[in-house]
Design a binder for this molecule. Structure first.
Ligand code: IPM
Ligand code: MN
Length: 357
């Protein structure tokens, strides 16, 4: 199979981790006789520094022309403490999601048994958890009109949804539920928000069409609580952009660390694959970041963008084998982990490659 992959490392630890996602794709290509070619582009703070634009036209053109994109992370502390900055790294990510029509963000909470003790939650609460989040990605308060009055005493962000936006992501979630345990939980705040009432109405209508799927509706506050109380009760979770952003960071603690979770953003065009973690400038350039989320994002690319299920499974198995052999990065180590089992980014990436070969 011939594929043209665009690597966008982005900011902070993005560069370090995408190196290993790419290495894994290369290894798979060699092993299975695929022809993957790679190009690279800039986005975020890195792109602002170079061009003044968080998403340069050249990056967008390359993205549209590629078969899949492996992205690292975005953001810089400098902007977090400067709310007045008009040009911000995150704008690059939001714009590329919109431009590529990536309305569905799939975030699997993949729990490796070896990491049951890396979480702050009890192993017996976690064991057996397998959740697939469908986070809507191109609507909601993220993209609504923003306002600030002149004397800076008022600001607003418009939360809004069109029926078609809810329907197309809900359909993807229902289809996925059919291939899993036929359970779907739609999360909203329909007791308060009009957008959530529209959301619930659309999901209820679709539920009739997918009557073989057991559909449940839950308020976001309750879902946040249930997720740590009894994560096993969830299978496919469907939710809006902002709720999904928050809920999936919470859910990452089920898998032990943000450094473990991969995501796939899909929709109308080229698929976009990225860890759910941020740019982590505090550890950037120190060989400390966990490369597994990027490696697992590469696995999602093989599976979802290229339909290479066997190859994707190989990658996940190599990650499992690495963890089984006891290797850990700092974020997933615990008090009992021997110091000589704690690896840097490069060493961890290299271990996965060893198991893959
Ligand atoms: C994510 C991130 C982004 C989001 C930020 C960086 C804009 O937190 O992908 O979850 O909020 O969507
Ligand atoms: Mn987030």
């Amino acid at each position: 199979m011939k594929k043209n992959i665009l690597i966008i490392p982005g900011d902070g630890i993005g560069q370090e981790v995408t190196t290993w996602g790419k290495e894994v794709l290369n290894t798979i290509a060699q092993k299975y006789n695929h022809e993957f070619t790679f190009d690279e582009a800039i986005m975020g703070h890195t792109a602002i520094e170079a061009t003044g634009n968080p998403l340069p036209d050249e990056t967008l053109e390359k993205a549209k022309a590629s078969d899949a994109i492996l992205f690292g992370a975005i953001g810089h502390a400098k902007y977090d403490n400067d709310p007045s900055a008009k040009v911000r790294p995150e704008q690059g990510l939001l714009k590329i999601r919109k431009e590529l029509g990536l309305y569905a963000n799939l975030r699997p909470i993949l729990l490796f048994d070896e990491l049951l003790d890396a979480s702050s939650l009890k192993p017996e609460v976690l064991k057996g958890t397998d959740i697939l989040f469908f986070r809507e990605l191109t609507g909601d308060v993220y993209f609504g009109e923003k306002n600030r009055n002149e004397d800076n005493t008022f600001a607003s962000d418009l939360m809004n949804y069109h029926r078609y936006e809810v329907e197309r992501i809900a359909r993807k979630a229902f289809e996925a539920a059919r291939t899993r345990s036929k359970k779907l939980c739609s999360v909203d705040k329909a007791n308060v928000l009009e957008t959530s009432r529209l959301w619930r109405e659309v999901v209820q209508e679709l539920a009739k069409e997918y009557s073989d799927v057991e559909t449940e509706h839950m308020f976001i506050d309750n879902a946040a609580m249930q997720l740590v109380k009894n994560p096993k009760k969830f299978d496919v979770v469907l939710t809006a952009n902002l709720f999904g952003d928050i809920l999936t960071d919470e859910a990452s603690q089920i898998a032990g660390s943000m450094g473990m979770l991969a995501s796939a953003s899909v929709g109308d065009g080229t698929g976009f694959f990225e860890p759910i973690h941020g740019s982590a400038h505090d550890i950037a350039g120190q060989n400390k970041a966990n490369p597994l989320a990027s490696i697992l994002s590469a696995a999602l690319m093989l599976d979802i963008a290229f339909g290479l299920q066997e190859e994707a499974k190989e990658v996940t198995n190599a990650v499992a084998a690495t963890l089984k052999a006891g290797w850990r990065t700092g974020d997933i180590a615990n008090a009992e982990t021997a110091a000589d089992k704690i690896l840097g980014t490069k060493e961890m990436g290299a271990k996965v490659l060893e198991f893959l070969k």
